[in-house]
Design a protein around this ligand. Structure first.
Ligand SMILES: Cc1cc2nc3c(=O)[nH]c(=O)nc-3n(C[C@H](O)[C@H](O)[C@H](O)COP(=O)(O)OP(=O)(O)OC[C@H]3O[C@@H](n4cnc5c(N)ncnc54)[C@H](O)[C@@H]3O)c2cc1C
Length: 365
């Protein structure tokens, strides 16, 4: 937890690359634990560490280092892939902002202490200034939600059941202006800049998917050597050997793409992985992982379908990674936009351009 937090704020100052190595190993054993580690290193906390003031960093770092997994609150009932169509507002009032709106599918919502809430920032006259990120602190251990912060419900999901996906409602929630992240590009471009942090989160999410696939492959290899049918180990059947080879190639290709993307953070001006490489790697790894885990489950026969083996859980868990953190379709749109040099409303650059001409409507996550 917090291994990427700089040493001056109490962390290890580890790179996203180092962090990805750790996440892969954890994901082989537990998808959910790996998700927590991603969120505590590559999610909202990395945005705070990159764009926060000294006070914001000094406030958030110890909370994460003590074990908190910050929640990122972007998605709304009417703004999923079209993230910048969010309707949550933060209106300036003296030295505070007043937040109103609903977020859903927030991982750890209401359980985490830190929430990075994205909202349309309005000045005192109600004029829109851009989309900003607010650090909202809430202590679930105290069992008292801050006034105006409500956990409406928890979604029921097919996998990843150990952490809530919550719907949150903000009703005149007061947040001090000191808790608004202010990237250097200014509020108008704040969303696009804050989303750079999402590139690392995507490398993390892709690494989880790849790690789960690697774990499933390890289990399948062991099983093929152990289980006998027709008087010989399953490992001796060519049909299964070829499946194992394809699974290995998929995992290895995913690993290389993800590590390549993670490494770019060390040389990029933003300090975050390259957007195109992160999108491409997460796209490839998440789709490959679903197939690899599915094939591993197949090799276990009925045991794979039963809940005595971890495969059925791994399958349910890994299915999520083509949806959360940028769907496979949105990632394809971003990769294609980059390849063809097209700025569409579905790309972050398109969002920035739209913001420049005063029409802040576009998508991205
Ligand atoms: C387990 C889980 C955890 C999540 N955690 C968080 C979280 O912590 N914080 C948060 O803010 N959000 C979170 N999300 C929400 C997630 O980011 C959204 O689900 C995602 O952005 C897609 O939005 P949507 O579900 O509304 O789908 P929609 O945007 O309604 O899309 C529906 C389908 O249409 C496709 N589609 C949409 N637009 C296009 C297009 N232009 N071209 C082609 N296809 C398109 C999509 O790819 C998808 O297949 C989580 C989701 C899940 C499942």
């Amino acid at each position: 937890m917090g291994m990427t937090i700089p040493k001056e704020y109490g962390g290890l100052g580890a790179s996203f690359y180092d962090c990805a190595l750790v996440i892969e190993e954890i994901a082989k054993a537990c998808t959910l634990t790996a998700r927590i580690v991603v969120e505590a290193n590559m999610g909202g906390i990395s945005a705070v560490m990159a764009y926060g003031t000294h006070e914001q960093k000094a406030f958030c770092a110890p909370i994460v280092l003590a074990g908190d997994k910050p929640a990122i609150c972007i998605t709304e009932p009417d703004a999923g892939s079209a993230a910048t169509e969010m309707q949550t507002t933060a209106r300036k009032s003296g030295d505070r902002y007043i937040l109103n709106g609903t977020k859903h599918w927030i991982t750890g919502g209401g359980v985490s202490k830190l929430h990075l809430v994205f909202a349309r920032v309005l000045d005192e006259n109600g004029n829109e200034e851009g989309i900003g990120g607010f650090i909202v602190h809430h202590d679930p251990d105290a069992r008292i939600e801050p006034k105006g912060f409500e956990v409406v419900r928890r979604e029921r999901t097919m996998g990843l059941c150990g952490m809530p996906e919550a719907e949150l409602k903000f009703s005149d929630l007061e947040v001090g202006e000191a808790f608004l992240l202010r990237p250097s590009a200014g509020l108008k471009r704040s969303f696009a800049q804050l989303m750079e942090a999402y590139n690392s989160q995507r490398v993390g999410a892709g690494t989880i998917a790849m790690g789960v696939a690697a774990g499933a492959l390890d289990r399948a290899k062991d099983y093929l050597k152990m289980r006998e049918q027709f008087g010989r180990p399953l490992a001796e059947f060519q049909g299964l050997q070829w499946m194992v080879a394809d699974m290995d190639a998929s995992v290895h290709a995913s690993r290389l793409m993800l590590r390549e993307a993670a490494k770019t953070a060390q040389v990029s001006a933003t300090g975050f992985p390259d957007m195109m490489m992160a999108a491409r790697a997460k796209l490839f790894a998440s789709e490959a992982a679903i197939k690899v885990v599915n094939d591993a489950l197949q090799m276990f026969g009925a045991r794979g379908y039963g809940d005595q083996e971890p495969l059925e859980r791994m399958y349910r868990d890994v299915r999520m990674f083509t949806i959360g953190g940028g769907t496979a379709q949105i990632l394809r749109t971003q990769v294609a936009g980059n390849l063809l040099d097209i700025k569409t409303p579905q790309t972050r650059e398109g969002y920035v351009d739209a913001a420049d001409i005063g029409s802040v409507r576009a998508v991205g996550e």
